[in-house]
Design a protein around this ligand. Structure first.
Ligand SMILES: [Zn+2]
Length: 201
């Protein structure tokens, strides 16, 4: 069996339009049989967090202090990712937010709030402790609240990619006409159009 190398973190698409959505989209082709988890290791999770802005440029988190906590950390990552995906999905489907995912998100929100403090510029800042490997999760939980509020206020429309066969990605449609259908035109858009042409023939 051919073993393919994981795609570089720098090549992971960030098409959701918001941090929390991109986090939910760190599973490539969610509905595929073999899913590719973009952030399956602590190193990749940290690289992705840096790339997506879940760790700010002036923040340092030192993974060398993680010790044997990697498995536990990745369980936390998967748990919040699953909760984020399910909460965003419920918002898209316009149904009440499910209790289990809410519990998970609320736990991270509580952690986030405990790490927040007002700074000398009057800004509410998330304190970045160099050994706080959960900092990205806290920032994602805060962004999730914002995304749900934005969708509720009609600032953008939360949608699922029209490629229902495999993609499963979510995005914030901020287009003027609100008619964006795909996570990305150059991937799912093109693939769907090719398939539609093939079916026509
Ligand atoms: Zn897609």
């Amino acid at each position: 069996m051919a073993v393919s190398l994981p795609r570089p973190v720098s090549a992971i698409r960030l098409d959701g339009g918001r941090l929390a959505i991109d986090f939910a989209n760190t599973i490539h082709d969610r509905f595929a049989v073999d899913v590719e988890d973009y952030i399956a290791t602590p190193e990749r999770y940290m690289q992705w967090a840096r790339r997506s802005g879940a760790i700010a440029a002036d923040e340092t988190i030192d993974l060398s202090d993680l010790g044997g906590g990697g498995e536990r950390l990745m369980a936390d990552v998967r748990s919040l990712r699953d909760a984020t995906y399910r909460l965003l999905s419920a918002c898209i489907d316009e149904v009440p937010l499910p209790k289990g995912p809410l519990l998970v998100a609320n736990q991270w929100l509580l952690g986030a709030r405990q790490s927040q403090a007002l700074d000398e510029n009057g800004l509410l800042r998330l304190h970045a402790d160099p050994v706080d490997f959960h900092l990205p999760l806290k920032r994602i939980a805060l962004d999730l609240v914002d995304v749900l509020a934005g969708a509720r206020a009609g600032i953008f429309k939360l949608k699922r990619c029209a490629n229902r066969r495999s993609c499963g990605w979510i995005f914030a449609d901020t287009s003027k006409n609100g008619r964006r259908r795909w996570c990305a035109m150059q991937t799912c858009g093109t693939a769907s159009k090719t398939e539609a042409r093939r079916n026509k023939r």
